[in-house]
Every structure is written in C-alpha cells, then in structure tokens.
Design a protein around this ligand. Structure first.
Ligand code: BGP
Length: 460
C-alpha cells in the first residue's frame, strides 16, 4: 500500500467542549447553564443519572491533560469557553477566575505548540439567558454578541481560530422540534425563530470580530449530514433535497453565501412557518460569512419519499416531507447504532468545493462512539482497532478529496479524553484516551498511539 501523505501543516487533533470536559459545574463563580438546571429538575433524562456536574476534571487537571495531548501528537485542539463561567449573569461583569482559567489553558497549549481552536457556544445557554427566552429573544442575541466581543478582546492576541457555534441546528431541533433537549418543546415555528436568532447571534459576533481587526480567522462548526435518497426516482430525490434544506443548508448557505436558500424560505412561507424578520436582518446575515468552516460528520442520513398521507391537522414537522430509509446491507457501528459510510465525508467536501466556493474547511468532529468499551480492555489498554479502521476509512476519502482540490486543512476526532455527552452522559466512549470513571485514571488507547505516528509523519 502506498503512503498517504497529507498537505504540509495539516491539523491533527481532537475536539471537546467546555460543558463536556471541565467539570466544576458551579465552582469559582460559574453560574448554571440549561444542562445544570435540567439535570436538577429531571435527572432521569440522563443516562445512569450522571449529570453535568461530573463532566471530567479539565478545570482542575488541564495541565496534565494538555501534556497528554502532546504525547499523542496533537498540533491543534478545539474546546469551548462557557458563557456561564466567563460572564455568570450573562450581561454583566467578567469573572476573573474564568479569565485566569481560559488564559492558562490557551498559554499552555501554545507552550506545547498546540494551536487552540476556540468555540463560543456548544449547546450551553446560561440559565439567566434562558429566563429571558434563550434564542427566542433578541435581547439574548445582543448579549451573545457582547460576550463574543469580550472573548475576542481577552484572548484574541493568542487564539488564531475562533468559532461562534458548534452544530447550531442541534439546539434548534432537539430543543424545539423533537423535545430531546431542554426546553423540550414541539413547536416548529418557535424552532424557526430560534434558528433565525442563532444565525443573527453568529452574524453579530462575526461583525464584532471584524471590528477588532485581529490577525486571526473566524468560523462556525456545522454538522453536515448528507441526505441520500433511496433511489433516483423524482419523489425520493425531492425528499432528500428537502431534508438537505432543513438540516444542512439552513445554516450552511447563510454562513458561506450570505443568504438563506430561497427554496427553504418558499417552503416555510407556504406552510406559514417563517420566523418574524426585521428589515435589517438580511444585511446582517450577509456580514456573517465566515473565513473557515468546521465540518462535523458521523453518519449519513438516508431518506425516501413519504409513504403515507400526512394528517392535515398534525403539527408541522420536517417529517411531513420524507420518511427515513434503512439501506439494506449497510455497514454499522453496532456499538452506537449508527451507520458507517466513509464516502459521506468525500461527498461533503466535494459539495463544498463545487457549490460553496471551496471555502477553507477542516473536519472538526468525526468519531466512533462505543458503549461498554471496557470490553476491549487488554492488559490495561483499550484495543480499539475498530476506531483505527474507522478513522483510516474516513481519512482515505479526505485524502482523495484533497488530491482532487478540496480545501480541507485538518482532521479532529471527537474526542480527546472520553467525555460526558448530554443525555447520553458517559454511555458512548469516543476518546483517544480512556477515562476510568471510578478512579479518574486516563490511559492512552491503541488509537491514541496510532494517531501519534500518523501526526508525526503527516500521513499513514
Ligand atoms: C456531537 C456533539 C458532541 C458530542 C458528540 C457525541 O454531535 O457536537 O458534543 O456529544 O455528538 O454524541 P453522543 O455521545 O450522543 O454519541
């Protein structure tokens, strides 16, 4: 087999987020976010009732953890700042303890020549902001823009890559369409408002960033799950196009092209689901075009034309236009129940090249969650050959896409050390490094040793 070399300076690393890794949920002045609140109200909604107060120990052990990152060959790493830690009341004073913590983390990363990629929002609305309506409220949009500006001013001299949001569609659909996340609602029109305001918050943050004239780049991280139609037949194709509009293009088009896709606006208007827009929103969205795009990809979405008539009285849902489709013989990650389709990553990158100006991008999350991973423990180390195969399978397609001219500059795995993951808590393990929950012992998995070699020679 020939050696697959990646472009000079390719980013090898991993991603996590503040709320999923820091722990110290209410320590040193941090206020509660919606996860802290929801866990307090309904712990039974979380796997094994493990909540956000136990999300690892990065707040205390950042030094040792960053040393481990270096040990497995990272040259870049993404985490997020927690709004509820930096500005506990959302709009007022900055918490000096938080500034000290994030500043230390950034400096330590730089000391090890690990480029810090800093994200500003990873599903973690402060409770005080949710009380104002969360993303339903334009007041919160302005508060976010101020928070972003403060982050750029505090850390902008040392951070070269900023991201406004991680997977902004997730809080929209999980919080307001499917009710899997707080505030657990089923209201599409409200969801459309939440999405629109999230986009305005993103755009306002980009405007603040540009004003400061920093020598760095700003982006957003989107989960671009390709929608594959069951067949070439027109009805199946149309279903896939509509799914693409709802779940990919709703954010992808505005942040790269500066406007919503017209067919989405037409569809929502036809069904009276358009959010309320102010006259200046259009111009603001134009200013939200990013320098760099992070792409999260885990699994494909397969769809077919709707099989049965829709109840005309049923509340509006995206499922009005499609049914999910299970492809016979698909390859599965049986430990998580997700399909594995490596070529999806190539299709995303090719789509960005052909239809989105080949915007600079990188894979900001990809990974393989495994439930009960201690089954694979041999002599104290997780033998995760399945994860190495998974990563390699995706890297093969990334390499091919780059050879064909795609502008992909790096690969970050989800995640670094096994971390807490929302309602799934610690159920699915994703890390290069395993975490023994009882002892907090961290051990490099076989995949961690493998990625070190890959990063050292910039290929495999
Ligand atoms: C991504 C999120 C991450 C992480 C990951 C794994 O969509 O950006 O925050 O949680 O999914 O999720 P899970 O543990 O539910 O498989």
């Amino acid at each position: 087999m020939t050696f697959k070399k990646f472009p000079e300076g390719f980013w090898w690393g991993s991603a996590t987020s503040g709320p999923q890794s820091e722990g110290a949920a209410l320590k040193d002045g941090k206020s509660a976010n919606i996860w802290d609140l929801w866990f307090q109200q309904q712990p039974e909604c979380f796997h094994n009732q493990v909540g956000p107060q136990d999300t690892s120990t990065f707040y205390e052990n950042w030094k040792d953890d960053i040393a481990l990152m270096k040990e497995i060959g990272h040259n870049s790493f993404r985490t997020s700042i927690q709004w509820s830690r930096l500005i506990p009341d959302g709009t007022g004073e900055v918490n000096p303890k938080a500034v000290e913590f994030y500043s230390n983390v950034i400096d330590e990363l730089l000391r090890y020549e690990i480029e810090p990629f800093i994200n500003l929002y990873h599903f973690d609305m402060p409770v005080c902001m949710q009380e104002l309506g969360g993303w339903e409220s334009r007041e919160v949009v302005d508060a976010f823009a101020r928070y972003a500006k403060i982050c750029f001013e505090l850390f902008g001299d040392r951070v070269s890559k900023w991201f406004t949001f991680n997977e902004p569609i997730v809080p929209v659909k999980q919080g307001y369409v499917y009710a899997n996340h707080y505030p657990q609602q089923h209201d599409f029109k409200k969801a459309a408002t939440v999405a629109h305001h999230t986009l305005l918050a993103h755009s306002k943050a980009v405007v603040e960033f540009r004003k400061l004239g920093l020598d760095s780049e700003i982006g957003i991280i989107l989960n671009l799950t390709p929608a594959y139609a069951r067949s070439e037949l027109a009805a199946d194709q149309e279903a896939a196009n509509i799914v693409d509009l709802f779940f990919n293009r709703s954010f992808l088009d505005p942040v790269t092209l500066g406007h919503y896709p017209q067919p989405l606006l037409d569809l929502l208007s036809e069904h009276d689901q358009l959010p309320k827009c102010d006259p200046e929103d259009e111009a603001l969205i134009k200013q939200g075009v990013v320098d760099i795009l992070g792409v999260n990809y885990y699994e494909p979405r397969r769809v077919q034309a709707k099989l049965h008539l829709v109840n005309p009285k049923a509340p509006f849902m995206p499922e009005r236009f499609y049914d999910p489709y299970v492809k016979p013989g698909r390859k599965m990650n049986v430990h998580r129940g997700w399909e594995i389709y490596e070529k999806g990553i190539y299709d995303i990158l090719t789509n960005l090249k052909e239809n989105y100006g080949n915007i600079p991008c990188f894979i900001s999350e990809n990974g393989m969650g495994v439930e009960g991973e201690d089954r694979f423990l041999v002599d104290g180390q997780i033998q995760d050959d399945y994860r190495i195969d998974f990563i390699k399978g995706h890297l093969d397609y990334i390499h091919q896409a780059i050879e064909e001219g795609c502008n992909c500059m790096g690969y970050h795995l989800w995640t670094f050390i096994d971390c807490w993951s929302w309602i799934n808590s610690y159920k699915n393990r994703y890390g290069f490094i395993s975490l023994d929950l009882a002892t907090q012992r961290k051990t490099v998995k076989k995949s961690g040793e493998w990625i070190k070699q890959v990063s050292e020679v910039n290929g495999y």
